[in-house]
Design a protein around this ligand. Structure first.
Ligand code: MRU
Length: 417
């Protein structure tokens, strides 16, 4: 993978969002330097930057740049620009929850500091965007580590769409175990679905795996059953754009069909995604918005001439939902969740501490706590952001806190004693 740029990067000096233009691949590795809000949103909407984690990072950096370059002089003006930019970016694509997760997180970072001067607010947005990027890199690497424990040297792996490094900042999600394994001498044989209609598998997955020297075979989507029946596939690895609290998984159109096939052939079907893709507001797959895109992507795009009658109706949903019963495991940076997912995902999903009872003045940063419940063996994880001089007010409660709250309070006191 040497010679690659990060998929999404910030050129702060020139106030530019730098992305690899994924619509130009595999023919050309072209970097785009985007400098205005409409261009950021257009790049996401047209899939120049795509893949759930990469969209989240691009939106966070875009929001920061949109606010920074507006040059607001008052807190009110800055917050007005923030709201405007957030609205524009949030309208760019509907399904990948990482987009909304990143935008909300950026907003929380500044609204948490009611007394901060404007320059400090801009700086806060910058550091939060970079933190989201850094966490993405770390999360993908950790997903790779956990995912690798499920795989064996020499296995044939089927993947769909692109959940590789081009879909994140580095490593990717579903392809992270492949990259880490390859670094350690595993010789996987990866089968990449071409992924109609936008060909992310052919254009992006095949491209980045080949660049990394991974044994890669491209197949058309309708060949998945064939390769499974032939015994060429030992596991399916796919990413996700949104995971419901019950473990239903939304991912690129066609993913659910592969899951059905995998079940039929007795092949494990693994989803790899950061916990930021888990959407506690979606109780099941029915609550997730499915993007519908233009029919021209099916009839004309990529063809030298139109390949369908001019007046034919076209249905072009960009995603589908795989029911949790077909998902063998969900691999996150915090570990591998297995059914029943309502319980296992709940234990891996961050609890954000309502710091209302916290004491002491905070140091900027994040606190992370792991806990184990002795009675019923529940394991948990919690995190808290703290902001200097404004401890506790930037937090929202997203889950019952239970033991985590106590632990966090003790930790907070220790840290600020
Ligand atoms: O429409 P896209 O190309 O953004 O869809 C991407 C996918 O469906 C990926 O599988 C998903 O975002 C996971 S990315 C690590």
């Amino acid at each position: 993978m040497s010679g690659f740029y990060d998929t999404v990067a910030l050129d702060d000096e020139n106030s530019a969002l730098v992305i690899i233009d994924q619509t130009a691949l595999p023919g050309e590795l072209r970097l785009l330097r985007l400098t205005d809000l409409d261009a950021f949103a257009e790049a996401i909407g047209s899939l120049k930057v795509r893949g759930a984690p990469a969209i989240g990072v691009a939106a966070a950096m875009g929001l920061y740049l949109a606010v920074k370059t507006a040059g607001a002089e008052t807190r009110e003006a800055l917050l007005a620009r923030l709201t405007e930019a957030k609205t524009v970016l949030a309208a760019s694509r509907p399904t990948a929850v990482n987009l909304f997760w990143a935008l909300d997180r950026m907003e929380r970072a500044v609204t948490a500091r009611p007394n901060a001067p404007v320059a400090k607010m801009v700086e806060t947005l910058r550091s939060e965007a970079l933190r989201i990027r850094d966490e993405d890199i770390q999360a993908c690497r950790a997903i790779g580590e956990h995912g690798l424990t499920l795989l064996r040297d020499g296995e044939g792996l089927l993947t769909h769409c692109n959940a590789g490094r081009l879909a994140a900042v580095r490593y990717g999600t579903a392809l992270a175990p492949v990259y880490l394994g390859s670094e350690r001498g595993y010789r996987f044989k990866v089968y990449a679905d071409e992924t109609r209609p936008l060909l992310q598998g052919a254009r992006l997955t095949a491209f980045e795996l080949r660049a990394a020297g991974v044994d890669t075979t491209l197949i058309c989507d309708n060949m998945a059953s064939y390769v499974m029946q032939k015994g060429l596939i030992q596991a399916v690895l796919a990413g996700s754009d949104r995971i419901a609290a019950n473990g239903d998984v939304c991912n690129k159109i066609g993913t659910s069909g592969i899951a059905v096939l995998a079940k039929h052939y007795g092949i494990p079907f693994y989803i790899c995604a950061p916990v930021s893709t888990v959407d506690p507001r979606s109780a099941t797959g029915k609550d997730m918005p499915i993007e519908e895109r233009g029919g021209h992507e099916v009839t004309e795009m990529w063809f030298a001439k139109r390949m369908a009658p001019a007046d034919v109706n076209v249905l072009n949903p960009a995603f589908d939902v795989t029911p949790n019963a077909l998902v063998t495991a969900i691999v996150t940076e915090r570990g591998v969740a297995r059914p029943p997912y309502a319980k296992s995902l709940g234990a891996l999903t961050p609890v954000i501490y309502d710091g209302s009872n916290a004491e002491g003045s905070g140091q900027e940063g994040r606190i992370e706590v792991k806990w184990e419940h002795e009675k019923d063996n529940r394991k948990g994880w919690a995190e808290m952001s703290c902001v200097r001089g404004n401890e506790g007010s930037n937090i929202e409660r997203t889950q019952p806190l239970g033991d985590a709250a106590q632990l966090l309070q003790e930790l907070w006191k220790d840290l600020h004693a």
